[in-house]
Write a protein that binds this ligand. Structure first.
Ligand code: DGL
Length: 266
């Protein structure tokens, strides 16, 4: 019984793929979303830098009186989850462990592919998380950083997007996998293109589903689910171009009245 909002962050609009599912599964929860477009992309930055951005955003969200934070960014989860869990006075949830749980829950998970940013792949977080749950699984991890900008710049559904996906995912045609983890929150917005490239036999895993289940479990445990019958509110902040985030949110969340505010945090 806690009407306070859930705080969500990403480097850009990818985190909206998690917000979308939060709204579907927990429709009474309010959300404050921060897209750090000023520092986009995170995937080519060093982890120290990502950690400091994530901590500043986390502290801002705590000032907004959130009850829980979701790092809806795999790159920031790999770099900063432990730090934020230590520093912030609210529960903090990342997307990598949920993604790994979803991968090993597939009926066939002998060979799992992971696509993510350069930083997430270099960190090795997914390989560690999947292997610790299922040591026999072979994990094929591939950095597909160019796909991030395609989504952020609104180019999904174009020939350019399909070509980039074909090129970036070629390795999974040569070395087939049972499932592919979308290890960057921007990638669920390229699901059509990815399915077109890999065909129907590869299971596509969006960590958002398992992440939102974890949010529900943690809120239930703390007796902190929203009890109102009203729909939750969504407040959007961008550290960069607020109009770009609003346009992305209208497109991906299907709500034409969404607006975004600029946040001068840095
Ligand atoms: N959406 C982010 C992720 O899940 C980061 C993309 C980027 O900024 O490079 O990793």
């Amino acid at each position: 019984m806690d009407q306070r909002p859930i705080g969500v962050m990403d480097s850009g609009l990818g985190g909206l793929s998690v917000v979308r599912l939060l709204h579907q599964r927990l429709p009474h929860e309010s959300v404050i979303f921060v897209g750090d477009q000023q520092h986009f992309p995170y995937g080519t930055r060093v982890q120290d830098e990502i950690r400091s951005f994530a901590l500043i955003i986390g502290k801002f969200l705590v000032q907004q009186n959130i009850k829980l934070m979701v790092i809806a960014c795999n790159t920031a989860t790999a770099a900063a989850l432990t730090l934020l869990q230590k520093e912030l006075p609210v529960p903090v949830i990342g997307v990598i462990q949920p993604g790994a749980v979803a991968a090993v829950s597939l009926p066939y998970h002998d060979r799992i592919g992971v696509i993510a940013t350069e930083s997430t792949i270099n960190d090795g977080a997914y390989v560690r998380a999947i292997k610790s749950l299922s040591p026999k699984t072979t994990v094929l991890a591939k950095a597909t950083q160019p796909l991030v900008a395609i989504v952020e710049h609104g180019q999904t559904g174009t020939l350019k997007a399909q070509r980039a996906v074909n090129e970036q995912l070629a390795v999974f045609r040569q070395k087939p996998v049972d499932g592919l983890v979308l290890g960057c929150t921007h990638f669920p917005f390229l699901t059509k293109e990815i399915m077109q490239t890999l065909g129907p036999t590869v299971a596509i895993i969006d960590p958002a589903g398992e992440t939102v289940q974890l949010v529900a479990r943690v809120l239930t445990k703390h007796d902190a689910l929203a009890t109102t019958t009203d729909k939750g509110q969504l407040t959007l902040y961008s550290t960069g171009a607020a109009s770009d985030l609003a346009a992305g949110a209208r497109k991906w969340l299907g709500k034409q009245d969404l607006t975004s505010k600029h946040l001068a945090l840095f």
